[in-house]
Structures are given as structure tokens and as C-alpha cells.
Design a protein around this ligand. Sequence first.
Ligand code: ADP
Ligand code: ASP
Ligand code: MG
Length: 465
Amino acid sequence: MKFGGSSVATGENIRHVGDIVTQTAKNGCKVTVVVSALAGVTNSLIEVAEQAKRSDEKHIQAFTRELLDKHLKVIASAITSKPIRKDVTQITEKTIAELEKVLTGICYVGELTPKSKDYVLSFGERLSAPIVWGAIKDRKLETRYFTGKEAGIVTDSNFGEADPLMNFTTHLIQERLAPLLEKGVIPVVTGYIAADQDGVVTTVGRGGSDYTATILGVALGVDEVWIWTDVDGIMTTDPKIVPAAKMLPQLSYQEATEMAIFGAKAMHPRALEPVIKENIPVRIRNVFQPENQGTLITKEPDANAKKVVKAVAMIKDVAMLNVSGAGMVGAPGSYAKVLDVLGKNSINVMMISTAASEASISMIIRRGLLGRAISNLEIALLDRGGLVSDVSTEDDVAVIAVMGANMRGTLGVASKIFTTVAKNGINIRMIAQGSSELNISFVVKEKDGEAVVRAIHEEFKLDKI
Ligand code: ADP
Ligand code: ASP
Ligand code: MG
């Protein structure tokens, strides 16, 4: 079971988590728990880490004091037993003292590397896991807590987006966690963080606790992975945009991955990779409505779901990058050169479209990577033999993705989508359809994004799904 940031945002919520775990254990299930940082903590750690290289010790101390207060308040309301509360408080104080030292170090050195950034980010989950552990212990269950590294999750050294070395990880997890589960102990493991082969702390990408849960699920050979969050499951769209959005009771791995990539924040885009091979079902459930069954994700698409379009999503923090040049016309390998420069600089291209004239190529990348993309393209390609003569950008755009497995081979979906957008007087900047035909995605100005999502949700009657 994985509990996300909002599920552990307050002491009351953590008590709730304790109840869910207890209930499931009492029903005879063996449970492993994965926890995210308290809501907002990872973001605040990113901010303080970025500032630390330019800031002073006073500022750092103010931050750590506030972080300590926040966690102490949660501990006070999450845990009833005095001795357990004392233990968790001590762990928390010690962990925050370590964080203060790390931040002070960054402040003195004046440099934040991807490696040290991951170290700072690891503190969010290192602080939340002991509290959840305390709340479970409070209910007289046997439990132990682990960091991802202690549990045995070993990754490559791609800091910020590390990937597990599954064979080694499985071996260690089997050695360390499986015997505890056999004895009825509930392991509580930090989500998001792991370590590379040298034992250096890594993170598996934002929202990565979902990924931790499926990695552990595969390593332990579990029956199901449950991802507890603050909504009913994967919905037809973000309920924050369309309150009438409906929960989708069943999705295939492929559909769910597509939705996660295209902004259904309910799940990390890579989270399903480990479980697909082993065919382990994943369920997304609402902590606040545990009686609901949530969304079940399995190999098969839901045979009964006749709907061609099942969901619509918006990805906000993206930018469009247009590369053009007369030299690209009919020059074999010119696109490859552009993509090669981006790939070598670890810039993932999320969407791509080219004009038939071949004089330009438009790509969608994460907004935060725009500066790095432009400078590297400029260094590598601009004015080198006239291949590329211009690199332009738009950073106020959003991708809208319309998804559903039955879109494959169904005529007229695209025209219905684009007519709907046009009827709302909104201009489309770029279009792409994946060859899987599981989705059609297009780019609009960010300010128009929510209106487009609402219009498509209504046009395809997704609230009646
Ligand atoms: P957690 O902290 O549990 O990991 P996240 O914030 O990562 O939760 O993801 C849950 C949020 O994702 C929901 O509150 C919801 O607003 C948002 N969301 C966006 N698109 C969807 C969707 N299609 N289905 C469900 N939730 C969505
Ligand atoms: N705390 C991490 C994040 O905010 C991981 C997670 O919540 O899944 O990205
Ligand atoms: Mg999440």
C-alpha cells in the first residue's frame, strides 16, 4: 500500500492511514507500506535547496525550525502513546538536525549538484515514514521502518530520475523484507528515495512513491499494489477542473500509463513498468472513501467499456520548441541531429511534429528544461552548415491529451475533437497522434487549457461514462 502526500498531510489523516493498514492486516493480509513526504514538503525542500547556495545560515535555520514545528504538530495528533511519540520525536529532531547540516554545507560550498539535491529531497520521506510507523505501532501491530536504501532498493546513478536495478533490488528486498512479512511485521518504507550501488542517495523522479510501491510489489511478488490517494481513482479528467468527472473502474496497463504520462497526476508515469511484466494488478483508491473499490489496472482493457474516448488530460508545465532552417529540407538525418543534441543533454521530447516541407520541427518538452535545450541546440547546431537557422520557443502552452483504447480504428474522433475546440474559438498550435492510437494530443495556449478540457469532457459525455 502506498499513501501519497495528501493522505499523510495531517495527524488526523495519518491516524486514518493507521486504521486502513490495521483493518487490512486484521483481515489476514500481509501488508507493506510505502509513504510519501507530507503534502508540500518536497516542494519546500526543492526551494530551500535552490536558495541554499545563495543564502545564509539564519535563513536555513528558520526553514528547519518551521519544518520541525510542522512535523511535531502532526506527530502530536497522529500518535497517542507517549513512549512511541517520544521515540518518533527524537528521530524527527535528529533527522532535521542532519538536514540543517547538509543545507549549511551547500550554503558554504555555494553549489547544488544533482547528487546533493537528491540528498536534500530524501528528507521529506525520511521524516514522514517514522510518523506512519508510530501510528501503526500505536495500534499494537508489529512494524519496522526503512529508508528505500535500507529496504534494499538499488538504482542507477541518474540522480533525480533514477531507475531500479531490479534483479539486485529483488534479491535484497527478499532478504530484508520478506522474512519480516512472514513473521507478521509490517514494513514501512520511504517512497521516492533509494540509493545507487555506492550507497549514495537517489530519487526516482517527482511523484515517485508510486514507482517505489510497484518496485517493492514486484520484488516481493505481491497479489496487488494499492495506491491510496485523495480522489476516487483514475478519473475521466482532473476533478479539480471538472467536478463532474467520473471514476474509471477498470483500465489496461497501457491506457493507465498513457494517462499518467499525459498528466493524470494520480500516478507516476513509470510506475506501471515493473508490474506489467509480472502481471500484478494495481488499484488506485481513495483514503477518504476506503469502502470504494477504486480503479483497477490490469493487462486487459475493460471489455464492457464501449466508450471510444475515456479521458482527457492537460499537462501544464511544458514548452514548445520550434527548430527550423532551409538546410533541413531533404537533408537525411537532420531530425536525428536535433533529437540527438536533446537526448545527449537528458532532455526528454514528449511530443513531436514536423511540417511536410521538412523545414521545421516542433517539439514539446518540460518547461524547466527550455533554457538548457535552447543553449545546447545553439551551441551544437546553429549556423553549422546552415542546417538550423532558427530556434524559437513558446512557454505559455499546455498539452491536451484525449485518450481511450477504443480510439484505435474508430473514424471521426479527431474531427469531433477539433470541431469542439474550434467551436470554442480556441487556436491549436500543434497536433500529434501516437501510432498506438491510444491518444490524440494537441497543444493550445495554457490560458485556454481548462476551457478545452471542459468542452471535450462535455462533448464526449464523459460525465455519463
Ligand atoms: P498523491 O499525493 O496521493 O500522490 P497526487 O497529487 O500526486 O496525489 O495525485 C492526485 C491528484 O491528481 C488528484 O488530487 C487530482 O487532482 C489529480 N488528477 C489529475 N488528473 C487526474 C485524473 N485523470 N484522475 C484522477 N486524479 C487526477
Ligand atoms: N514526495 C515526492 C514528490 O513530491 C514523491 C511523491 O510524493 O510521490 O515528488
Ligand atoms: Mg503522486
